[in-house]
Every structure is written in C-alpha cells, then in structure tokens.
Design a protein around this ligand. Structure first.
Ligand code: ATP
Ligand code: MG
Length: 870
C-alpha cells in the first residue's frame, strides 16, 4: 500500500466514526511561548484539554507535522543512526475532547490495525501503565488492561513504568497514563531465538512502538503536583513513517516510499550507493531526514536565523551539510535540489510545500553556500592552528573558539585532527561549552508559579476593537520571576480592552485604575493558550474589586496607523512587483512597521517610490475600515482574502477590508485610511535568500522624519555659508579635495626621493647582505615605491621599514630576489613573525611583504630583531 493511501485510509476510518478531518497545524505555533515547535499531535489542541476553549466537533482526526529537536522530546542525535526516529515526522491522530474514552479508543485502534490494515495480531504487543509509588502515587490502569483483554491474549499485554506509560508533553500541562502498541517485525527465525516480549521498549530497531493511546485525565502543575482534569480526553499518536514500514513489509522507515525517492536522488547527485557502507548510509539518512524538517519549517514561516527557533533550523541544516561534506564528499550546495522531489511527493497532503517550493530552494541553497564557506575558512584556520603547534595536543579552548567564533563544528575538527595525528582536550572543550550554556541559561531562566484562580470564568472577552477603556475584574493571576524582568505579575480579567501581541502587532500598554484611585501600569499584553495576559509590576490591593482598565491611546493609535499601512503596503507590493509577493512576517510597532515578503531581487528605488505612491493614494482616498469579525475560513478565502498558512483548525477568522485590500487579520486598525496622514518607506533590504524587508513609518513619525531632514538640510546649508545651491557647493568642495589629495601624494613622492639619497648612506653590510632598517614617516605606497627604487640601485639589498601612520603601525620588508633564492629568506614569514611586536599580522610574497598592527611602540623592537634573520 502506498504511503499516500495509508494516510487517507487512516483519516477516512476515523471520519467514518464521526470525526472531522482537519489540516495539520503549522509547526511553529502562535501564542504558545512554552513550546518552540509542535512536538506531538496534541500540542495544537492543548487549550481544549485545559478547558480554555471548545472545538467545533468533540471528535477530530488529523496528521500533524511534528518536530522533535529541542526541549523534552529531542531525537536529533538518534537521527541517521537508527532507522525509525526522525526529526520531522507525521503523527496520525484521533481526538476526543470530553467525548469517548478508553473503550472506544482501544476498540477502534484495534479494528483499524487488524481489520483495515490487516496487520497480523501475532506481531502486536500492547502496554498498560503499572502505576507508580513515587510522589504522584498513581494506581495501575486496570481499566485499560481489562479492555485490551477482550482483543489480545494476556501474555501480549505488558505492564510499563512511568517513563514509557505515562505521557507528558512538557514540565507542565495535560498528561495521563497511556497504552502503546508495538510491532515485532523480525524474521521468524529471529523470533524463535529471542522472545519478542523481552524486546519491547528496549530500543530494538525491529521491535518498535507505532501507536500511543494517551488517556488524558490530569494536569501537571508548576509545583509538580497533579490535578484531575474536569473532562477526560483521548489523544492518540501513530508514527506515520513507522506504520508505512510495517505495511510495506520493510524493516526501516528509510526503505518506505516516503524516503526512497529522496534517497535515490541523493545517490544520483552524490554518486554513491545506499546500503553498502554504514558511514555513507548514515549520511544519506541524515540528509534525507533533515531536508524534510528544514523545508517544512521554511514553508511554515520559520526561516533559519541566529536565534531561537530559527537557530534550531539552521543547526539541523548544518548537520546535514556536514554529513554531506564529510562522508559524501560534497563540497558544493546540493541539498536544495531535493526540494523538488519533496514537493512532488508531499505537495498533495501539504500544499504549503508546493506553493513555496521556489522560496524553500533559495533559502536552503543560500544557507548551504554560506555554511560551506564557513567550513572552508575553518579548514584554513585549523591548518594555521596545527602549523603553530609544537605538541601533538591542541587545546580544547582553541577548538571551542573555532566552533563558537567561526561556526566550525567540533566533530569535524576532531576528524581532521585525528587524520593528521593530532588530538585535543575534550574535557576542556566540554568545560567551555558548559560555561557558555550556563551563561545562556542564567540569562533566560524564568520561573512561573501556578495560577491563582479568583473567579472561574468561561472565557475572557476581548472588547478592545470597540473601546479602549472599560470596567474589569480579575479572574486569575500568577507570579513570574525572571532574570530579565525581575518579579512580575500576570493578570487575567473577565474582559479586556487590551490587545495581546499577535499577528505581528505589539501588545497594548496602559494602566488599571483601582477604586481608591491608585494606578497599576500594564507593561505589555500577550496571549498564551487562549488567555490574554497582562504584565504588571504589582497586584491590585483588593483582588475582588472592579477597576477601570485603560489602554494607552496614543501608542494604540500609532500602532493602528502602522498596521493599516502594512495591509496597504502588502497590496501595493503585489500590484507593483507581482503576485508572487507573499507576506513572510511583519512587525507592527507604534514607531515603525516592518514587512517581510518573498521577492527575488532588490526592489529598485523607482519601484519603492511607486509603492509609496500607491499607499499614499489609498490614504488620500479616505477608505473606511470594513471589518467582519467572524467568518468561516472558506468564505473569507472566497471573498478574496489571502490564505495564510499559519492558521490552525478552529481559528475564527476576521477579515479586514480597506478598498480592494482584504486580509485575514486579528489586529486593530484605523477607522479610515486618512487617519494615517502619510506613509514613508525608510529602508529596503534582504533578510534571507528570496525574502526582502521593508521598513516604513506613518503619521507622527513621518512628521518627525521630515522635520529632522529639514533641520539637517538647514545645518548643511549653514555649514556651506548659506550657499544658494548646496549641491553645487558640495560638488565644488569634492573637486577641490580630490585636487589637494593629488598634490599631497606628489609632495610625499618628492619627499621620498630626497630621503632616498640619505638612506643610501645608511646601508650597512651583514654577512654579505646590504642591510637597511629605518623608521620613516611615510605612507604605505611611498614606502613601497621607495623600497623598490632602492632595490633597483643596490644589489643584494634587504630592507625593513617601520612607519607610524596615525597610530597604525606598518612594517615593510623588501628582499632582493637573489637573496630570497640563495639564503632562503622570506619577507612574508619575516613580517608575520615580527608582526607580534606591533600586535598585528600580515603577509605577502617572499621578496616583498607588509604587516599592519595597532602598536607603533613595538616598531623599534621589530627593527632591532630583524638582524637575527641574517
Ligand atoms: P520512541 O520511544 O520510539 O521514541 P515515543 O515514546 O517518544 O517513541 P510518543 O511520544 O508516544 O513516542 O509518540 C507517538 C508515536 O509517534 C510513537 O508511537 C511513534 O510511532 C511516533 N514517533 C515518536 N517519535 C518519533 C520520531 N522521532 N520519529 C518518527 N516517529 C516517531
Ligand atoms: Mg521518543
């Protein structure tokens, strides 16, 4: 059975049991600061388990893109070495939110595997939770055991401990006991030798877990205790690639049709054969896996970068490049060439990969190119390190520096050093690495207490589209302590006019006015699991009181001008550059806006002017805001709103229209485009391959900008003695300046000529060499000319000049070519070695070289020591 058919059969099976089929959520979730990437099927549904929201249907089924490369679930280091863990994989799931529980979940799982997919019962094992006698003190899951007994013989039901049979997403959040289903796909002969039972959960590559049925019944709180959830839920997750392995009768995920087309392509590009040499096989598996993770992340809007989630993606890609570089001998970019296959094979189930193929290829290619450059530079640095080393052991600190400063990976350093008979101190390296990690941890550590619930309230209402001020009461709060912000309180109200950071727009600031007139400032507003959280330095005195919540009007208004302008800018870019322009990110502040979009070349000044004019025409056109607060996604798209990947199931969409511009948007906007007053682009540049960024300002900021420019212009004019035509005046000064430069150069040359006569008298003889050292007050070019002129007149000449140009030290060494050959002298080596006195370095050719440095005081020492070479 083909993988695409396996995927549909799963979804259709649960559809037949009254589940709605929903699309995979993006791998990077909005509004969930606790999770960098979706690492399991349940992550996008977390708020439903916690009771902070309700789905349209209490039964859903999906295949969810998961990435396990950070945090509690991190399989990165396994990937490539084993045959059944991936970074990115699909998790097939069926979901019950307070609907059915263990009986149906188990019955349907069994029916699907044994009757629809016809898996032989005799290769299946199941596990149930045995209970725990630790602080949680949980009982064995006899309920699940008794249900399983109806389907499978008891000797195939195994009891498992907390590590395997109690599922937790992270340190906090919903959790519960689980039952796993394992397959034993070893040969009959193997099976007679070792009992399958003894291999379950023992990391055997052919006795693996395929499905986990989680019975959500608890919430793990910040203090570590468990609380019973108000409703019981089902969360199941089946590894799609592992299921394909079983149904396609192979023993490795990489031998299924999910991976073989990619592997064939790698073989062709790199001229290798999969299945002959373990090292090469690992590299091929790593690359075929990682290209999927990276491509899907980019499609979901997470570009490789230097921080956070972007950095994780960059590291995954670099891991793939490294394996290609080291084991497949690929020194030029090639991973991007695999995207075509991926898009062709997976584009139907995940259209985002197809529609953004070009962008994904560009980004990967550029990342590959730049990392390969790093590797090349690293190799040169490594060579130098080895050259200067007298012992056979390199310090771990140096290897760390190579990694930290130059991005050159440790394992590659290790390999190269070993090849050349060197070692390095791994202990010292590990120490340096740990120190760096500790520094990072300290800086970002934060600790949040449990919520203190004042009033149970179904859902916090956001009223900030209509009003900036309203009476509110506190429903819950918690204290959060972090190094960065110190102690802060997070407050949640029954309703709020404060907009929470989202859709690129910053969160509102403002204040709370208590009944006695005291004021508490709201420093920021963010959303987490559907709660709108207000950040404050202190708590209200009376927690039950009703108080006035007031949004900072000025900041909000400026932000709205920028947000509306962002929509008009988006429309303008598509109009002027073409419809390939897609939003790749935006950030809307009160002072400026930033808009990232796909486009493959620099936007010309003329195009930028056209875009500016386009937006300003719409501002002048006084277009009113037309808002529709709750439209089904399909309808919004029909009306012409751009479909954005990044929405997940259940998101109520809101459409914002200004004239012909229609967008799905939850942000706040001006009532009429005329409010924006004026729009001005301040900069355009590249963020990544194929992604450009525009920064722009509106309203007050434009006024300030023009005022500043006016002032700068007036200042310039006054510097030019109020010249009527400042541009002409500056051009005149530039011409004069060029002329003066020429004159100075000529004067210096003349001076050098005069010096030449004096210097000839100073030449001395050492071991048959005509030797001259001198500190001179001349620039580099004059010194060079002088050295060659002297060399033309005096045979066997060796010169070392020192000079100090405005605090920059320079050594210039000239050696007659004959001397170079006969005495094997090398000016390059000499200046490099003497460079240490002036705290610098340099190089050149054997007969002429220079070194620059920052310590002119060392020149005398260098001139003194050079004699030693003769
Ligand atoms: P394992 O012990 O094999 O790592 P797990 O206990 O981490 O699995 P769960 O967290 O229960 O797995 O995830 C549910 C299912 O997802 C698993 O039964 C498995 O089929 C699949 N799965 C988990 N991790 C991976 C991975 N890294 N690559 C591919 N499939 C995976
Ligand atoms: Mg695991």
């Amino acid at each position: 059975m083909k993988s695409s058919e396996i995927r549909s059969k799963f979804l259709e099976f649960f559809e037949s049991k009254s589940h709605d089929i929903v699309q995979s959520a993006p791998m990077v979730l909005k509004n969930d600061p606790t999770l960098m990437f979706v690492n399991s099927g349940m992550a996008p549904f977390k708020e439903y388990f916690l009771g902070n929201g309700t789905p349209k249907n209490t039964r859903l089924t999906d295949t969810q893109k998961c990435l396990r490369v950070s945090g509690k679930h991190n399989d990165l280091e396994e990937v490539g070495y084993d045959t059944y863990h991936h970074t990115l994989f699909e998790m097939l799931g069926n979901w019950s939110f307070g609907d059915y529980f263990k009986t149906e979940a188990i019955a349907w799982a069994w029916e699907l595997l044994t009757e629809v997919f016809n898996i032989d019962k005799d290769i299946l094992y199941v596990t149930v939770f045995e209970g725990s006698d630790d602080a949680d003190n949980l009982k064995m899951d006899t309920e699940a055991y008794d249900i399983w007994k109806q389907y499978i013989s008891e000797d195939r039901i195994l009891k498992g401990n907390k590590k395997d049979n109690f599922w937790e997403m992270g340190d906090q959040g919903p959790c519960g006991p689980c039952s796993e289903i394992h397959v034993d796909i070893r040969s009959a002969e193997e099976k007679t030798k070792v009992d399958g039972k003894s291999l379950v959960n023992m990391d055997h590559p052919q006795v693996v877990e395929i499905w986990n049925l989680v019975f959500m019944q608890y919430n793990r709180k910040a203090n570590g205790s468990l609380e019973v959830l108000p409703n019981k839920h089902i969360d199941t997750g089946m590894g799609f690639e592992r299921l394909c392995m079983v149904l396609q009768n192979v023993t490795s995920n990489y031998d299924t049709d999910v991976f073989t087309p990619i592997i064939r392509e790698i073989e062709t590009i790199t001229n290798t054969d999969y299945g002959k040499d373990e090292k090469i096989d690992i590299a091929i598996r790593v690359i075929s896996d990682h290209v999927r993770a990276v491509a899907f992340s980019i499609a979901d809007g997470q570009l490789p970068s230097n921080t956070g989630a972007g950095y994780v993606i960059r590291r995954i890609l670099r891991r793939a490049v490294r394996y290609g570089f080291t084991f497949l001998d690929k020194k030029e970019p090639f991973i991007y060439r695999l995207v075509s296959i991926l898009s062709a094979r997976m584009g139907d189930a995940f259209p985002e990969i197809k529609s953004q193929k070009q962008l994904i290829e560009n980004v990967i290619k550029e990342e590959e190119t730049s990392f390969l450059r790093t590797l090349d530079q690293g190799l040169v640095l490594l060579d130098r390190m080895i050259e200067g080393e007298s012992s056979k052991e390199i310090s771990g600190a140096k290897v760390f520096e190579l990694k930290d400063t130059y991005g050159f990976p440790e394992d590659l350093t290790d390999l190269i050093l070993r090849e050349r008979g060197f070692t390095y101190s791994k202990k010292e390296f590990a120490k340096k690495l740990q120190e760096q990690k500790d520094r990072g941890k300290e800086a970002s550590a934060s600790q949040s207490d449990d919520w203190v619930v004042i009033k149970e309230d179904a859902e916090e209402e956001f009223v900030g589209y209509d009003t900036l001020e309203t009476q509110v009461s506190l429903t819950r709060y918690r204290k959060v302590t972090s190094k960065k912000d110190g102690e802060q309180y997070q407050l949640v109200f029954n309703m709020t006019p404060f907009y929470a950071e989202g859709g690129g727009q910053v969160g509102d600031k403002g204040y709370l006015e208590q009944p006695n007139g005291d004021v508490i400032y709201i420093l920021d507003t963010k959303k987490e699991n559907n709660l709108i959280i207000h950040f404050a330095k202190n708590l209200p005195k009376n927690l039950d009181a009703t108080m006035k919540a007031v949004v900072d009007v000025k900041q909000r208004y400026r932000t709205e001008c920028n947000h509306t302008a962002t929509h008009l800018l988006h429309q303008g870019l598509r109009e002027i550059l073409g419809t390939h322009v897609e939003q790749k990110g935006s950030s809307v502040h009160s002072k400026y806006l930033r808009f990232d979009f796909s486009h493959f070349s620099k936007v010309t000044d003329e195009q930028l002017r056209d875009v500016e004019d386009f937006v300003n025409a719409r501002i002048a056109g006084r277009l009113p805001l037309q808002e529709n607060r709750s439209v089904p996604m399909e309808q919004a798209i029909e009306e012409g709103a751009m479909a954005l990947f990044g929405e997940k199931y259940g998101d109520a969409v809101r459409t914002i229209r200004f004239g012909q511009s229609i967008e799905l948007c939850g942000g706040t906007h001006v009532a009429n485009t005329a409010d924006i007053w004026h729009f001005k682009i301040k900069g355009e540049g590249a963020v990544a391959a194929g992604v450009r960024r525009i920064e722009a300002i509106t309203n007050d900021a434009v006024k300030d900008y023009f005022a500043e420019n006016d002032k700068a212009y007036a200042d310039i004019k006054s510097l030019l003695n109020n010249a009527k035509e400042p541009t002409a005046a500056i051009e005149k000064i530039q011409l004069e300046n060029a002329d003066l430069k020429k004159q100075v150069e000529q004067l210096l040359k003349d001076k050098a000529k005069n010096i030449k006569g004096d210097l000839k008298a100073e030449v001395s003889q050492i071991n048959g060499v005509n030797f001259l050292t001198k500190e001179l007050d001349l620039d580099a070019n004059s010194l060079k000319d002088l050295a060659f002129e002297l060399g033309g007149e005096i045979d066997n000449l060796f010169i070392l000049f020192g000079s100090n140009n405005d605090g920059k030290a320079l050594l210039t060494c000239y050696i007659d070519k004959k001397l170079v050959a006969e005495k094997s002298l090398n000016a390059g080596t000499i200046v490099r070695e003497l460079g240490k006195h002036i705290q610098g370095g340099g190089g050149g050719q054997p007969f002429f070289a220079t070194a620059g440095g920052k310590n002119p005081d060392g020149i005398a020492k260098a001139l003194e020591e050079v004699k030693a070479y003769l």
